[in-house]
Write a protein that binds this ligand. Structure first.
Ligand code: OSB
Ligand code: MG
Length: 440
């Protein structure tokens, strides 16, 4: 039985050498019989409560002009960009970024998204390779299986496929860019953003020497960044935090351990309480809530969870058992806008500050982060640096700039609000693959 024929064209350096029909029928059948995921459908982001309207969170994340959006094709490309300088965390060091771009075409428009998975499964189990597989075999076919009436419908189509949040998010981003363009709105407007400018901070990787770190701190403070975040790990923690704090007694300072400690280290981590940190980000296991709650109960400094918050439900549980007092929202980590908005709304209603995390995105992912961070609950500076912090040249025009007062402008143009530099993308593209809709 042929439910829907999906041709996959595999293109290397601009040429499509072969076409094949994929055996997606079993997945399509499974998708059609699966009932929509009620978690996603019932998420608060999709509803208009009086509170939401009052706080500027009114959204109309659905069809344009009464019509749903029909996506004709999904393109996935891998682009490699060198980093201006190597970035080191407790789980490793990279000196270039493989950028995974997603573009969707439909209604005569193109929408752009980015899959933030890295090349190696260190920050999370996802990689560019797993995302490629899951998008090609499962998510793109689900997206192309029929017109999409709103974001919750798209999220519900992806929900039967477990995990792979970054892959799902890449497609949700591209859909929302296209929807905003179709409605002639900026993404920020579409999401219910209320800020024209957003406060930003910088995340500084582990450096070869303390002096080099101190130099970087000075440099980014001089550029206006409102908050400095130091990556830490055992052996690169109390001493460097103490030194940075001694030289800069009044700055907003935070640390991010990317899961480098265990609850056995609690006495050691307690010494960080002496430095007036804004937060300690993800000190313990990547999927832990319980030990974080134990640690938070003995720490004065707020814990902020990053890796552990993979969905609205996890955020609810973390807040219920007091695992953290702040949440870092990354659209990729939580599986897309649907969950990111729901987590924002939950935290906003409970008075928990949130901020937008970063994943060394190109300008395309960065533009999405800017739109998200324009929502009212994003009260702390995000990890949304200027393009030039990471790349000699970005994939968008103009590049993202940080003003002297540490603010980034939220663009007003339709969709992302930046022009996508297709020539520069093409000249750095390693592979492109197009997945098309047929007769649906
Ligand atoms: O933990 O926030 C993190 C980069 C890659 C993976 C994880 C993290 C980070 C950063 C960089 O801290 C933030 C940025 O993009 O500016
Ligand atoms: Mg982090």
């Amino acid at each position: 039985m042929q439910l829907c024929g999906l041709d996959v064209a595999f293109e290397v350096n601009g040429i499509y050498p072969k076409c094949c029909t994929m055996s997606t029928v079993p997945q399509m059948l499974q998708h059609l019989v699966a009932s929509p995921n009620s978690d996603v459908l019932s998420c608060t982001a999709m509803q208009r409560s009086p509170d939401a309207i009052e706080s500027g969170m009114e959204r109309s994340l659905c069809c344009f002009g009464g019509k749903s959006v029909r996506i004709d094709s999904v393109k996935i490309r891998l682009v490699r960009l060198p980093l201006n300088e190597a970035f080191e965390t407790s789980f490793g060091r990279i000196d270039s970024r493989l950028i995974f771009l997603v573009s969707v075409e439909g209604e005569g428009l193109t929408g752009w998204g980015e899959v933030v998975a890295a090349e190696e499964p260190r920050y999370s189990y996802e990689t560019a390779g797993t995302a490629h597989h899951v998008i090609r075999e499962f998510l793109a076919p689900a997206m192309l299986s029929g017109p999409i009436s709103d974001l919750s419908e798209l999220a519900a189509r992806f929900a039967p496929f477990r995990g792979h949040n970054m892959a799902k998010a890449g497609l949700e981003l591209a859909y929302m860019d296209l929807l905003a363009r179709a409605k002639g709105q900026s993404l920020s407007q579409l999401l219910g953003g209320t800020r024209q400018r957003i406060p930003v901070g910088v995340s500084l990787g582990i450096q070869p020497t303390p002096d080099r770190l101190l130099e970087r701190v000075e440099r980014y403070l001089a550029l206006g960044y409102q908050r400095i975040k130091l990556k830490i790990k055992p052996g690169w923690d109390v001493d460097i935090v103490s030194e940075v704090r001694r030289r800069h007694p009044d700055i907003l300072l935070s640390v991010d351990a990317n899961s480098a400690y265990t609850i056995e280290d609690q006495d050691h981590l307690k010494t960080l309480d002496g430095f007036g940190l804004l937060m300690i980000e993800q000190p313990l296991d990547h999927d832990d809530l319980i030990d974080h709650a134990k640690l938070q109960s003995v720490l004065r400094t707020p814990i902020c969870l990053d890796e552990s918050i993979t969905a609205l439900r996890r955020a609810q549980q973390a807040l219920d058992i007091k695992s953290c007092r702040i949440i870092n929202i990354k659209i990729g980590r939580v599986g897309g806008y649907s969950q990111a908005l729901a987590i924002h709304d939950l935290c906003h209603s409970r008075g928990i500050p949130v901020w937008c995390g970063g994943m060394l995105e190109s300008g395309i992912g960065r533009a999405h982060n800017i739109a998200l961070a324009s929502l009212p609950g994003f009260t702390l500076p995000g990890d949304i640096s200027a393009s030039s912090r990471f790349f000699a040249r970005d994939l968008i025009v103009p590049e993202v700039n940080v003003a002297e007062d540490g603010m980034v402008e939220v663009p007003l143009g339709p969709g992302l609000g930046f022009e996508v530099d297709l020539d520069y993308i093409t000249s750095n593209t390693q592979t492109v693959e197009r997945i098309e809709r047929h007769n649906v």
